[in-house]
Design a protein around this ligand. Structure first.
Ligand code: SF4
Length: 457
């Protein structure tokens, strides 16, 4: 009973968060930056922030994550970090030779008021940025928003590389949102099955799931190139997957470069994948091949085979808003009941959307944006569930309440493989269903009395 002090009685809290269901903005910015080919993320702040952000990503992706820091000390904290960043830019291009440095701020540099655009401009003027190389930047103050906001801000900085007036190139931009490298690969696979040329950004496939070859590469093969990012202004359209992660960048491309955008849910589960495939084929002007219809049919088949086990099972789920919206829709489509839903990221629109998705449930959903795991635990104590879904931090609640626990989301610190197995698309739906069913049936095998212990379930 690690969380034995969590009381069942829920009391209103206004100024206290206990076990937040989020982490800080720069982690998202760092993850997004790793999806650019030849990019070194740079943390404009003190060393401690950078070490934490790198270790959070390394622990989840099980890959060494490189990033540099402006290494603030007392002087920079008082007088500003411009001198540190200028020196850092010069050193990084000299020593590590990246194509691009993606700078994000931290709480400290934001509080001081450092202006990344102005510093990057000065670096350019002073000749510290070599010909053909780039410095981009995103503000990521961690006292607002969450890691999702930081991700979105860096993705918008990528979109801002697009040049208005770029000739049309017949490609479709897809902004996948914060998903696993395997999910990004799966989105690219679906597009190639439809014979559609896309620019996916960011793209961490080939970066954070690269093979072990015995040879260290500071900048792996994967990632969207700077040329591709500049050409996004000439695309036929942009699909932004997730309002919180991707919409800002897509809307910027729409308003500044006249690339029409469609904001969709992330393609987790049958219905959200259907919408993704349908909009993608419409924007590109192609038809859906039989091979994709076949994958869809397999998912429908598995849903009908497994439905009897899912029906009426209660679920508590926490994580990031874009993921939760699609997942709750998927759970409802297989007649599971997401009774408690929490995200640490702020946004009342999230609560409204979850209420709409769960409107047909027998009881009313407990849903909260900017919530914490303490509250989720209290809700579970008051209304127990059959399954908990979320990142590794949920394991304490799962253990205390003896609930089957599906690790899904970010961060997953105590399991492996998530970077290799997609959960988006129809194939990803199969994996999600298999994982959920195995947890439910393992529990049945564990708890059933001997007289009802069956070989065939
Ligand atoms: S919350 Fe702020 S100070 Fe703390 S690690 Fe994140 S950026 Fe640094």
């Amino acid at each position: 009973m690690l969380l034995r002090h969590t009381p069942t009685e829920v009391s209103e809290r206004k100024a206290l968060m206990i076990n937040p269901a989020k982490t800080c903005q720069p982690i998202g910015a760092m993850y997004a930056a790793l999806g650019i080919h030849g990019c070194l993320p740079h943390s404009h702040g003190s060393q401690g922030c950078c070490a934490y952000h790198r270790s959070a990503l390394t622990r989840h992706y099980k890959e060494p994550v490189s990033a540099s820091t402006s290494s603030f000390t007392e002087g920079a904290s008082v007088f500003g970090g411009q001198a540190n960043l200028l020196q850092a830019i010069e050193n990084i291009f000299t020593v590590y030779e990246p194509e691009v440095i993606a700078v994000h701020t931290t709480c400290l540099s934001e509080t001081i008021g450092d202006d990344l655009k102005q510093i990057a401009h000065k670096a350019q003027k002073d000749g510290k940025i070599p010909e053909g190389k780039f410095v981009i930047g995103a503000p990521t103050p961690s006292y607002v928003g969450s890691h999702v906001t930081g991700f979105s801000n860096m993705v918008k900085a990528m979109a801002q590389l697009a040049t208005p007036g770029t000739p049309k190139n017949g490609k479709v931009n897809i902004i996948p949102g914060w998903v696993e490298p395997s999910d990004m690969k799966e989105i690219k696979r679906l597009a190639s099955m439809m014979d559609i040329k896309i620019t996916l950004f960011p793209d961490t496939s080939g970066v954070l799931d690269s093979p072990l070859t015995g040879e260290y590469k500071m900048f792996p093969e994967g990632g969207v190139t700077m040329k591709e990012l500049k050409d996004t202004g000439g695309a036929t359209g942009t699909l932004a997957l997730g309002e919180w992660c991707s919409a800002d960048a897509a809307r910027w491309l729409d308003s500044k470069c006249k690339v029409p955008c469609t904001v969709l849910d992330m393609p987790f589960g049958l219905a959200a994948t259907d919408r993704f495939v349908d909009v993608l084929r419409t924007v590109a002007g192609v038809s859906v091949p039989d091979s994709i219809a076949n994958e869809r049919g397999q998912l429908v088949d598995l849903i009908s085979d497994m439905h009897q086990y899912f029906y009426g099972k209660k679920v508590a789920i926490f994580g990031d808003p874009d993921q939760l919206i699609s997942m709750c829709e998927f759970l409802r489509s297989i007649d599971m009941i997401p009774v408690h839903v929490i995200t640490g990221t702020p946004g009342k629109a999230f609560e409204k959307r979850i209420r709409e998705i769960t409107a047909d449930m027998p009881g009313e959903v407990n849903v909260k944006a900017k919530g914490d795991l303490f509250q989720l635990h209290q809700w579970i104590k008051n209304e127990p569930v059959d399954l908990l879904i979320g990142n590794s931090y949920g394991k304490y609640v799962a253990r205390d309440e003896d609930i089957p626990f599906l690790r899904w989301g970010f961060p997953i610190l105590d399991r492996q493989g998530h970077q290799y197995f997609p959960t988006v698309g129809y194939k990803g739906g199969l994996r999600l269903l298999e994982s959920i069913l195995n947890l439910l049936l393992d529990r049945k095998d564990r708890d059933e009395p001997e007289e009802s212990f069956e070989l065939v379930l």
